[in-house]
Design a protein around this ligand. Structure first.
Ligand code: GLN
Length: 496
């Protein structure tokens, strides 16, 4: 590295080396990215900064680095989706309900990244309670704004970044942070990663602790890293995962892995399953061309493309939009004006306080899901909707196991289109829901999935290739993604 101004062009692995070899200090790196976050605050990515806390963490990283005792991420600045609770920064989950909320503890994922030496730059915008596909449901004002403002895609400021981890994807794409955290319930890491031209991985359900992640749909919510490259994602994921039995009963009893170990393995002979249902009508031609291009690269690298079928792909939309709201309606009952956050100012009796608090605190999409969720769980409808959805969820998972008899990985588009224009879906939530069609199946099955930059489509917007692995196959996914990134340069392109 020759010039300090190029600090933001370094990925996690390179920056960690610069820090370890003391060519740059953690304080300098933190200051550089904080300045950049302010400089590009018009993108709406950050919702909270606390420079004193960031610099204190950076100074402590510098002390470790001076002694040669740092962790794998020592001094590397990261930012967190504002769905992870943090002691040093407010946590809103994109909601008025949590305005002014300060957590007394850090989420496990935050604690683990900090233990590896990472320095927290701040918190990133997201859809309210992670419900959304465009980041247009946030009720929180980004840094530099005094009212909620759109999160803008750095590749085209009039387009959405994707959601719900929209601020996270923008921060990486615009080089406001070398890497960030996100969460994926039905696609919220993969889809914004695809729309912003970055790399993101959602691990197998249960790999990362959900402790301290504001809950949306507990049987689906999973944390993961978003960065420029698979190599950087592997570094973060290795720090984030591992059992947390005392705090998250669904965290898997599997030791933390070094997900970087097989990045360079050959993929000669790898069987990549191509689901027919992911390439049907409705797939934008530019997306199809980019995905086909990436698949050709894989063939050149020695992989074999195998036709497969995931016959219930279409059903994943109604199934997800029954199960996720059902779980959300239960999880969000805790926001009652007593335990957390907002409470209405004027109210009569207790019931009136609940009603006014929730009417004021929640946005439209959240209310819609609470109502759908309460309905599908109610006596008389439970069997017809919720139970039926659970049965089909199992069949969707079985379809994947069938497919994995013939292939090692599955590949296809992340979303049917590129990022759409801000406001384009207007007040039609179904338009957003339908765009989740290719990410929902892996979420419902609990499988690991990735988005890897594969080129550019309509309007010159980025397109991601989705890779889906069988349970616990994160290392194999990262290996396949890394090999593609060694043969292509889409992940290195920058919009700014
Ligand atoms: N778009 C999906 C939804 O609105 C998924 C969101 C997510 O993964 N958090 O629920």
């Amino acid at each position: 590295m020759t010039s300090r101004t190029a600090l933001h062009d370094l990925g996690v692995a390179q920056l960690a080396t610069e820090l370890r070899e003391r060519r740059v200090s953690a304080v300098e790196a933190a200051q550089h990215f904080l300045a950049r976050a302010r400089q590009h605050q018009n993108l709406g990515a950050f919702v909270a900064l606390n420079e004193d806390a960031t610099l204190a963490q950076a100074r402590s990283a510098d002390e470790h680095l001076a002694k040669g005792s740092g962790g794998a991420l020592e001094g590397v600045p990261l930012a967190h989706k504002d769905i992870f609770v943090t002691r040093d920064f407010p946590t809103t989950a994109g909601s008025r309900m949590l305005a002014g909320y300060q957590s007394p503890f850090d989420a496990t994922v935050v604690t683990r990244l900090a233990a590896a030496g990472a320095v927290t730059l701040g918190k990133l915008n997201c859809d309210e309670f992670a419900m959304g596909s465009a980041n247009e449901n946030s009720a929180v004002a980004p840094i530099g704004f005094d009212a909620p403002a759109p999160v803008r895609n750095p590749w085209a400021a009039d387009r959405i970044p994707g959601g719900s981890s929209g601020g996270s994807a923008v921060a990486v794409a615009a080089r406001l942070a070398p890497a960030v955290t996100g969460t994926d319930t039905g696609g919220s890491i993969r889809q914004p990663a695809s729309f912003c031209g970055i790399t993101g991985i959602k691990p197998t359900y249960g790999r990362a602790s959900r402790y301290g992640m504001v809950a949306f749909a507990s049987s689906l919510d999973q944390a993961g890293p978003m960065a420029r490259s698979a190599e950087d994602c592997a570094l973060l994921l290795s720090a984030m995962c591992g059992p947390d039995p005392d705090r998250d009963s669904t965290s898997l009893d599997l030791p933390c892995e070094d997900f970087s170990r097989s990045l360079n393995d050959s993929i000669d002979g790898l069987r990549i399953g191509i689901p027919a249902e992911f390439f049907g009508e409705g797939l934008a031609p530019g997306v199809r061309a980019a995905v086909d291009g990436a698949l050709k690269e894989y063939e050149k690298l020695g992989a074999k493309l195998v036709p497969i079928s995931l016959p219930r792909t279409e059903l994943s939309i109604p199934v997800y939009y029954i199960i996720a709201p059902a779980e959300a309606s239960s999880n969000l009952s805790r926001f009652d004006g007593v335990k957390f956050g907002h409470r209405a100012k004027d109210y009569g009796d207790l019931l009136d306080m609940y009603k006014k608090t929730r009417a004021e605190g929640f946005g439209d999409e959240v209310k819609r899901r609470i109502m759908i969720g309460a309905y599908v769980l109610s006596h008389g409808y439970y069997d017809a909707y919720y139970l039926q959805a659970q049965k089909i969820r199992r069949m969707i998972a079985d379809d994947f196991q069938n497919a994995f008899k013939d292939c090692d990985l599955i590949a296809g588009p992340v979303a049917p289109t590129v990022a759409w224009k801000l406001g384009e879906h207007g007040s039609d939530p179904l338009a957003d829901y339908l765009a989740d069609i290719f990410t929902l199946p892996a979420s419902l099955a609990g499988l690991p999935g990735m988005s890897v930059p594969a080129g550019f489509g309509e309007g010159g917007m980025p397109v991601g290739l989705q890779l889906i692995g069988n349970y616990f196959q994160e290392a194999r996914l990262l290996n396949a993604a890394h090999r593609l990134q060694q043969a292509t340069d889409f992940h290195l392109r920058s919009p700014l």
